[in-house]
Ligand binder design. Structure first.
Ligand code: ARG
Ligand code: ZN
Length: 461
């Protein structure tokens, strides 16, 4: 192993230790306030594992008032006399643990809960948090906005990497994936779009409740509840329902046609990488141009305006890479963005566009001073650089370089295996390197070191 890889491994080991050890060994059983992510140390909480979220949301855009209840079903991984959830802002009107009122305090994004009866290690338990007020828009270290981002007629709800606690109580860490059901109540005439399948839509008085259910494990940042005036169309690809919602402001820009292309893209990647991961799919085209990015929210990609065809391909590819196969720590973001970008390259290659090698050549032509070379994709240097070009372009170039090195047959076996073995799971860069070495029978440490970890343009590999 190279020096930088060793360093990476050491950081990883320290993180795991911090998670596994009770907050104070031998002392009172308190769940740690964070999971020690190198970029977002307080995101997520220790001591339990969420299995399911029930989100009950009531939202009125006029006045921007959200009335919410988050109910989680979790399993304690240690004795818990106290534990945290992540929630920003709001007035909290009550917390219960196993139906009994619990004491709580706030400290920044930490909601600190003391149940009346401590929870025993290994036991399932439920937590219900009731809150109301204006949802918090979260500003990231890179200056981008996320969370419950208000629009003219509702909200565009996207959370990568840390927007979720701005609208629901979460164990906000991608390594704690859970299933979700959502009941979103909005004024009649407003459409509310959650993850997964639409279970029902009921009018009562002047309000409508939309119920959605996502039955595959989902990282908290991939939840959505985008709402506003939308036209909703339901279609199918094979047996999988696709939900396409378009803001009428975006309809004249061809938004429905762009979304319709998802069916073919899903079929293509199902053949290329393995079966589509989820039991539903779709996309939402809102009009929220100030957001400035699209997000691959699970089963419902979120577009802040009418997307280019390549953006649709990118977000659909994330359903495999990022959503089903999820990162464990945020510094491994290239496992999401590099793989989604590489999926675009292969899509182009197989659809009469440039070959992946030509896409690689374009990236490789950038001079050594370009930030993709000075900023290595698996060590971007901090959360402010999470979504910089290197994780996309040099990340994808790394995969093309690997393909050339090990040959097509082996390369595509690695990629398909990566998905097959890690479906619904969490991974690290070290896992990918291990798999690539195993399938190719080649020592690849030096190769990955130069592509992923060194702040220089690779010249030999
Ligand atoms: N994962 C998104 C993509 O498809 C980008 C999200 C950017 N998020 C942000 N807060 N800037 O590339
Ligand atoms: Zn992406």
């Amino acid at each position: 192993m190279s020096r930088s890889r060793l360093l990476g491994a050491a950081v990883g080991a320290a993180t795991v230790l911090a998670v596994a050890a009770p907050a104070s060994a031998g002392g009172p059983a308190v769940g740690s306030p964070g999971l020690g992510d190198p970029y977002f140390p307080l995101a997520g909480n220790g001591g339990y594992d969420v299995r399911h979220y029930s989100l009950d949301l009531d939202y009125v855009r006029a006045g921007n008032q959200l009335d919410g209840t988050t109910t989680i079903l979790a399993t304690a991984t240690q004795d818990l006399r106290r534990f945290d959830l992540d929630l920003r802002g709001f007035t909290i009107t009550g917390v219960t643990v196993n139906l009994l009122p619990a004491a709580f305090q706030r400290d920044g994004q930490e909601l600190i809960i003391t149940p009346r009866v401590p929870v025993r290690r290994g036991k399932p338990f439920t937590v219900k948090v009731r809150y109301h007020g204006e949802p918090t828009e979260v500003i990231d270290p890179d200056g981008s906005s996320e969370g419950w981002v208000t629009t003219a007629d509702g909200a565009f709800v996207v959370n990568e990497p840390q927007g979720s606690p701005g609208w629901y109580a979460a164990n906000d860490n991608p390594r704690d994936k859970a299933t979700y059901d959502m009941a979103i109540t909005v004024p009649k005439g407003i459409t509310a779009i959650g993850n997964g399948r639409l279970l029902s839509r009921r009018d009562h008085g002047g309000r409508t409740t939309w119920r959605w259910y996502e039955d595959s494990p989902m990282a908290p940042y991939l939840a959505t509840a985008t709402n506003g005036v939308f036209e909703l169309r339901v279609s199918k690809v094979g047996k999988i329902p696709l939900y396409h919602a378009v803001d009428p402001v975006e309809a004249p820009n061809g938004a429905f046609d762009r979304l319709a292309a998802e069916a073919e893209v899903i079929r293509f990647f199902s053949g290329l990488w393995g079966p589509y991961p989820f039991s539903s799919g779709g996309g939402v085209v809102d009009h929220a141009p100030e957001v400035g990015y699209a997000l691959e929210s699970q089963t419902k990609s979120q577009y802040d305006n009418t997307p280019d065809p390549s953006t649709v391909v990118h977000e659909i590819a994330h359903q495999w890479f990022g959503n089903s196969v999820s990162l464990t720590v945020w510094p491994d973001i290239w496992l999401n963005e590099g793989f989604a970008t590489y999926s675009e390259w292969i899509y182009d290659e197989r659809h009469g566009g440039p070959t992946a090698q030509q896409s690689f050549d374009q990236v490789y032509a950038r001079p050594p001073t370009n930030s993709i070379w000075t900023r290595p994709p698996a060590n971007v240097g901090g959360p402010a650089f999470l979504f910089t070009g290197t994780v996309y372009d040099r990340g994808a170039a790394t995969l093309q370089a690997l393909r050339v090195k090990v040959g097509d047959r082996t390369f595509f076996r690695i990629m398909r295996d990566w998905y097959a073995r890690n479906r619904d799971g969490n991974v690290t860069t070290a896992d990918f390197i291990r798999l690539a070495e195993k399938r190719s029978g080649t020592q690849l440490d030096a190769f990955f070191d130069v592509w992923l970890y060194q702040p220089v343009k690779p010249t030999t590999w």
